[in-house]
Design a protein around this ligand. Structure first.
Ligand code: ING
Length: 309
């Protein structure tokens, strides 16, 4: 019996600072209905899906940024989404800014199964950008100001008939992200992203270059760990700042099997056979047989081990 998960990648267009959570949740519900109509049994929403990408704004007093955080998940604003997903028998993953009861701030995502059970929580580990306002940049990217690095590692959960993991946005650029989950046998990695289409430190780097690195990272991660990867954008112009699209699904051989054009709300649906991961995991990427970590020499986490010439 093939283990098919029909996944809907639910891309969201821009969320303006002035948009309230209720209006955003109603957009997410509409995407869920579209996904259901197309047979999806799992829906993936973007990073920070409930609000604008607020780390582009500098708040002298960080506490002022707490307006963008959720203290519970689900909560009053998102309960309709969780209730409808359960009614439709649809699992979901949702990215949001998490403020814990003891005052910690994370860029997080939750994983919920088809019965509406909260299966897993992930907290973004690779936080790009900077802490203080940087006048040199064309725009700010203050994730290090508002979030702490994730403290949960890269867990993999048995749900939806397979082994699922999550990461968030910048995490997708780091091979360790995929391998940490690959070593646990992950069969599907779902992630959301909010990626500015311009590099605040290299104006010449255009959208095409950004999309190239985006696809390269996802395809390599999927292939080298024989896993499906589903990447979902929040896209479009938010208060004058452009976020790129590029919502796509990569199969365990590294092929992009579907990509959503444009930068508006929309769903990409694909029937993903989790057993398509078996060949890679049992042949070329059978880590037990082929991965020789004892011969790798000294694996160091030190940055800049070999000084440039
Ligand atoms: N956004 C961007 C991302 O990693 C970035 C930041 C873009 C860093 C391009 C480096 C290069 O897609 C978030 N939110 O991480």
């Amino acid at each position: 019996m093939p283990r098919i998960v029909t996944v809907a990648a639910a891309q969201m267009g821009p969320i303006q600072k002035a948009d309230d959570r209720a209006s955003v949740v109603s957009r997410m519900l509409a995407l869920m209905e579209m996904a259901h109509a197309r047979g999806a049994d799992f829906i993936v929403y973007p990073e920070l899906a409930l609000t604008t990408f607020f780390p582009r704004w500098h708040y002298e007093d960080r506490a002022e940024a707490d307006i963008w955080f959720e203290r519970d998940m689900p909560n009053a604003a998102t309960k309709p989404l969780f209730d409808r997903a359960r009614a439709l028998g649809m699992g979901l993953s949702l990215g949001y800014a998490e403020l814990t009861p003891d005052g910690h701030h994370f860029n997080s995502s939750v994983l919920v199964d088809r019965e509406g059970k909260l299966v897993g929580l992930y907290r973004k580990i690779h936080l790009p950008g900077h802490v203080e306002f940087d006048p040199e940049r064309t725009h700010q990217h203050l994730e290090k100001r508002y979030f702490e690095p994730g403290d949960l590692g890269f867990p993999v959960w048995r749900t939806m008939g397979g082994l699922f993991g999550m990461c968030i946005c910048n995490d997708r650029r780091w091979p360790e992200t995929y391998r940490e989950m690959g070593l646990q046998g992950v069969e599907m990695i779902v992630l959301g992203f909010n990626t500015p289409s311009v590099n605040s430190q290299r104006a010449a780097e255009g959208l095409e270059e950004r999309l190239f690195h985006h696809r390269l990272s996802l395809q390599a991660g999927a292939y080298q760990n024989a896993t499906w990867v589903v990447a979902v954008a929040k896209a479009g112009v938010e208060d004058g700042h452009h976020l790129m699209g590029g919502t796509l699904i990569v199969d365990p051989d590294g092929h992009i099997v579907a990509e959503l054009p444009g930068e508006d709300d929309g769903v990409l649906v694909h029937a993903c056979d989790l057993d398509a991961t078996r060949f890679g995991k049992e042949t070329i990427f059978d880590f037990k047989r082929h991965r020789r970590i004892e011969h790798y020499g000294r694996i160091t986490s030190q940055v800049g081990v070999i000084e440039p010439a």
